[in-house]
Design a binder for this molecule. Structure first.
Ligand code: ATP
Ligand code: MG
Length: 244
């Protein structure tokens, strides 16, 4: 029986033979990736391993080969299609618009709904996760601290009311305390709202502590994957990615 006939057991996101190309450069070389509904999955790897390119390939933001199914039917390879279907991408470097205010950035995140009441409900839910946002609504995003900008980027993605969040190195450039807070918040969002999360990280220690399952990328290929707890015990993973 084909997998699509068993929607309850099929992963929410399923990539098969996924490639990413930049011209002649093959950054992702035909990987298979499953993300179960309700899971937090980490995508680990060193600089240049292909984490960003994998996230881009999943939504079609780069030249892509292979197939990606979401909630049982194929994504058509356009980032707008992924967004409409409920996949929100928080890109590397956050992607907040620095000259716009916090409130305007959030409004951009909610652009797919014209329903004002629904927009207001989403805003209330998001502001519940980030209480500081209420006081900073008219502050230019570019004047926020790095940690606040990362939170704003997550808040903006949540304004889409996504089924799934793709996050690209949320820890980038941030201190250990704020990184811990951000990952704790991601777990809360996952548990409370049932948002499935795929997070690319170089910080394997923090990512493995939060994720159920992890994939390790090396030069565009999956070197290893499995439950986070098992990977954290693996000698090679510990030596190369955890540093002990
Ligand atoms: N726009 C681009 N044009 C050409 N090559 C690119 C481009 N973006 C990425 N690459 C190449 O693709 C490969 C994978 O890069 P990618 O950014 O996906 O890695 P990464 O795992 O996200 O690294 P980092 O941890 O540094 O963000 C690298 O060899 C990189 O040089
Ligand atoms: Mg990257």
């Amino acid at each position: 029986m084909p997998a699509l006939a068993e929607p309850r057991t099929a992963p929410l996101l399923q990539a098969r033979g996924l490639h990413a190309w930049y011209g002649e450069i093959e950054a992702v070389c035909g990987i298979d990736l499953d993300v179960n509904e309700g899971a937090i999955v980490a995508l680990l790897g060193a600089n240049g391993a292909g984490k960003t390119s994998t996230l881009r390939a999943l939504t079609g933001a780069v030249k892509t080969g292979g197939t990606v199914a979401f909630a049982g039917s194929p994504l058509n390879g356009a980032p707008e299609d992924a967004a409409r279907r409920g996949v929100a991408h928080v890109p590397e470097g956050r992607g907040t618009l620095s000259s716009l205010t916090v409130g305007e950035n959030l409004a951009l995140g909610g652009y797919l709904t014209n329903d004002r009441k629904r927009f207001a409900q989403r805003y209330e839910r998001v502001a519940g996760y980030f209480p500081w946002i209420a006081e900073r609504r008219s502050q230019a995003a570019g004047t926020l601290s790095g940690g606040e900008q990362q939170m704003l980027a997550i808040a903006r993605a949540l304004m889409m009311e996504p089924k799934m969040l793709l996050l690209d190195e949320p820890s980038l450039g941030l201190g250990p305390m704020i990184v811990r807070d951000i990952f704790a918040l991601l777990r809360t969002i996952n548990e409370r709202d049932g948002v499935t999360i795929l997070v690319a990280e170089q910080n394997a220690t923090v990512a493995l502590a939060s994720a159920d399952h992890a994939y390790i990328l090396e030069a565009g290929r999956i070197a290893m994957h499995g439950p986070s707890a098992e990977l954290a015990q693996n000698d090679q993973v510990r030596r190369v990615y955890l540093g002990y």
